[in-house]
Design a protein around this ligand. Sequence first.
Ligand SMILES: [Fe+2]
Ligand SMILES: [Fe+2]
Length: 167
Amino acid sequence: MPDPLTEANRAIHAWIGARLLDHLDSLTALDLPTAREHWRGLAAVIEDHATVEDALVFPAYAALGAYPVTGLPALFTADHQLVRAGLAALGEQLAGLAEGPDLRRKVVLGLDRYISFRHLLMHHTQRENEIMYPRLGEVLDEGVRAELAGGLMGAHDQVVRDVVGVA
Ligand SMILES: [Fe+2]
Ligand SMILES: [Fe+2]
């Protein structure tokens, strides 16, 4: 049976992946206001989730020891740094777009960076869902696990309500 921690992370990352596609749908339709609205929610949710993980989940994982070589705690921290750098670069790129005859070409030229970001998120999601969260699920007491899962989902629902307007 899947543990609630991995399931919570899976659900949050699924929301992020779906919202990134919503953003790209709007962007490639050259609908800048909707693309910006989707981006605002996406960036807020990613930043919030990474902050909660940095504060609660990564320290719990770092205390376990005996990591597989592909699951060293420093790799997760480095992933979050890359995700934040990607968010900043894409946010800047989006802010630089404006209505006009060359908008489509600028959107097309900007797609490379989105593909890299999408791959980075997919890679990080896989590392978390296949290594870190299942390991925490195995080791932590049921009560601690449920509390952590509740903390992750609670923070996610809150930021979605506050920034996007629905949960
Ligand atoms: Fe995560
Ligand atoms: Fe993460």
